[in-house]
Design a protein around this ligand. Structure first.
Ligand code: NAD
Ligand code: IPM
Ligand code: MN
Length: 349
């Protein structure tokens, strides 16, 4: 567990109560270790991601549950880049899976849309693109300053995330995979996406594949989200698409995500950030963090426990046991307690 900053420190304890309740209901043992990495620690002693962390995770852990990283006191949030992006890159967590599933039509801001219209997965490439931190400044701070930020795309990186998206669709008998890029402007890197997509889709003739430029894709997600089953895109575009997707599916506070390297220790975190303006007030929605635990359990093969958690969240939404974000009166802790109780009552079968 790495609660991190801001509301991360509130949603993770709530999610952990649900985690423990689900594990107990399923007769499972979950051994938890907490790491205090985040802004406070960084400002105190300069620690970000300790040098032995990656080896330790590979050796001693099955999964990492992270809250959020980001604090206005830290210039450019350098600690967040080191810890969060560091873990994604160094553990080679190339799949960022961000489901956008509307549980109850009352929670979408889209007019006349229902549960059947909003049910898709965003697969975000998670180890390259504009996030790799290659580039630099020249004549920094002067009137002639130049800033270069490289967009790194490798055949291996593009191919493995696109193939993962198709395999996911195939395994779940989903009909459609839509790849999104900006190859009309990014004529080198995203041309590679085009070529790899055309090649990989030949292996999946039963799946309908399509392409939309990212500007159109975001517009289409609002206009008609029912056209999507699986979206696959680059690191930055996936970041943007998953905030929009999360909001149309009920709000950022409800959105879970998984950073996966299949078969290896992987990292699970809600899509939202540290939300500093609402931090410390017990009002953040912990449901995204709770559903993130369900994604983690599913990854670990604890399917019944994962289902019990999702069922409890659906029940809370139905019964109005919700925080302010969803129009309810419960606090972060109270939602966590309610869900932990609900999970304990669902005898996991
Ligand atoms: P944010 O996701 O923290 O907040 C965006 C908006 O959504 C805010 O209005 C916030 O109040 C609201 N919100 C987010 N989560 C909520 C929840 N659980 N319940 C209710 N409302 C919620 O994004 P931001 O404001 O752009 O970023 C704040 C900080 O978090 C920045 O430092 C950013 O870099 C960082 N960040 C970290 C992560 C991460 O660690 N995975 C993700 C996104 C942003
Ligand atoms: C996310 C966040 C991060 C990202 C930030 C904090 C670097 O927005 O996980 O969606 O852009 O990946
Ligand atoms: Mn984001």
């Amino acid at each position: 567990m790495i609660p991190g900053d801001g509301i991360g420190k509130e949603v993770i304890p709530a999610a952990v109560r649900v985690l423990k309740s689900a594990a107990a209901a399923g007769g499972r043992q979950a051994e938890l270790t907490e790491f205090d990495w985040g802004a406070d620690r960084y400002l105190r002693d300069g620690t970000t991601l300790p040098p032995d962390a990656v080896e330790m995770f590979h050796r001693d852990f099955d999964a990492i549950l992270l809250g959020a990283m980001g604090d206005p006191r830290v210039p450019s949030n350098v600690h967040a880049a080191d810890i969060l992006l560091g873990l994604r890159f160094k553990l080679d967590l190339y799949v960022n899976a961000r489901p956008c599933v509307l549980f109850d039509k009352r929670f979408t801001p889209l007019k006349d849309r229902t549960e059947k219209d909003i049910n898709f997965m965003v697969f975000r490439e998670n180890t390259e693109g504009l996030y790799v931190g290659m580039g630099g400044n020249f004549k920094k701070g002067t009137a002639d300053e130049i800033a270069v930020q490289e967009d790194l795309n490798t055949r291996k990186g593009v191919e493995r995330i696109i193939r993962y998206a198709f395999e996911y669709a195939k395994a779940r008998k989903l009909k459609r995979v839509c790849m999104s890029d900006k190859s009309n402007a990014l004529t080198f890197g995203h041309d590679l996406w085009q070529r790899v997509f055309k090649q990989v889709r030949l292996e999946f003739p039963e799946i309908e594949s399509s392409h939309q430029y990212i500007d159109n894709l975001l517009m289409q997600m609002v206009r008609d989200p029912s056209q999507f089953d699986v979206i696959v895109t680059s690191n930055l575009f996936g970041d943007i698409a998953s905030d929009l997707g999360g909001q149309i599916a009920g709000g950022l506070g409800l959105s879970p995500s998984a950073n996966i390297h299949p078969g290896q220790v992987s990292l699970f975190e809600p899509v939202h950030g540290s939300a500093p303006t609402i931090a410390g007030k017990n009002i953040a929605n912990p449901m995204g963090a709770v559903l993130t635990v369900a994604m983690m359990f599913e990854y670990l093969g604890w399917k019944r426990e994962a289902n019990a958690i999702e069922t409890a969240v659906r029940e809370a939404l139905r019964e109005g046991k919700t925080p302010a974000e969803l129009g309810g009166a419960l606090g972060t802790r109270e939602v966590g307690d309610w869900l932990a109780n609900a999970v304990a009552k669902t005898a996991v079968k």
